[in-house]
Design a protein around this ligand. Structure first.
Ligand code: SF4
Length: 225
């Protein structure tokens, strides 16, 4: 890309970012994915917490596959707190980074002790091992507590800059930009809806622009037309 073209496209992106009323622009996206279940097939908040930790850098599909046997052996936080690495490994050895994740799970279980102590605020969740802002946002959305941020997973990192609501590749900065543009009442659903769009429509290669509910406001699509 020529330097002039680069600066033009950056300026256009900044213009789209400033000009678009994102609260209105997100309405069709939020409507499309309203009520859609999270791909992790958890049955309670304890299972959700464990599965979110295990799913980092692995697929939800793989975690769903190992979950039934894991939760049969460790049905709650109390049972998880009593185990050691050797007890856990046979159930999670097919998960990427399982040794490190086993340590996180055991440390978390020993800290929380019982299911009723599971914290549901951003501050408390992000103090647990293996839980960053993205995971905390997912847990809070699924637990239906008031959102304190927006889920920014690898799909959102790809789609948000394409749309023009954010720029860069740093999830924290993307989350902050989106929080500035969207009303707080939509934070809980906005990230997950964008993630679903990224999984289904706005794929890394060959995004299906014509089937996309965001095509009228999308900077990437406008540039291509
Ligand atoms: S219009 Fe295209 S690039 Fe933009 S969000 Fe939709 S699929 Fe992605």
């Amino acid at each position: 890309m020529k330097i002039r073209d680069f600066f033009c496209s950056q300026t256009e992106l900044i213009f789209v970012y400033m000009k678009t009323n994102w609260a209105t622009a997100f309405k069709p996206l939020l409507a499309k994915y309203k009520g859609k279940l999270h791909p992790l097939e958890y049955k309670n908040v304890y299972q959700l917490l464990v599965m979110v930790i295990l799913s980092a850098q692995d697929s939800d599909k793989n975690i769903n596959r190992i979950a039934p046997a894991l939760f049969e052996a460790f049905p709650d936080m109390k049972s998880l707190a009593k185990t050691d690495a050797e007890g856990l490994y046979p159930f999670i050895s097919k998960v990427r980074g399982f040794a490190k994740k086993a340590k996180w799970l055991m440390e978390m279980a020993r800290t929380i002790k019982t299911d009723k102590n599971i914290p549901l605020s951003m501050e408390e969740l992000t103090q647990l091992p293996g839980i960053g802002r993205k995971s905390a946002n997912v847990i809070m959305r699924e637990a239906k507590v008031k959102a304190e941020g927006i889920i920014v997973d690898l799909h959102v990192v790809r789609v948000a800059p394409r749309l023009g609501i954010a720029s860069g590749t740093d999830p924290k900065k993307i989350e902050k930009q989106m929080m500035d543009m969207l009303p707080e009442k939509d934070w809980g659903e906005a990230g997950m809806a964008l993630s679903f769009l990224g999984r289904e429509i706005c794929r890394p290669t060959d995004p299906k622009h014509d089937a996309c509910v965001m095509k009228k406001v999308c900077a990437f699509n406008k540039e291509r037309e």
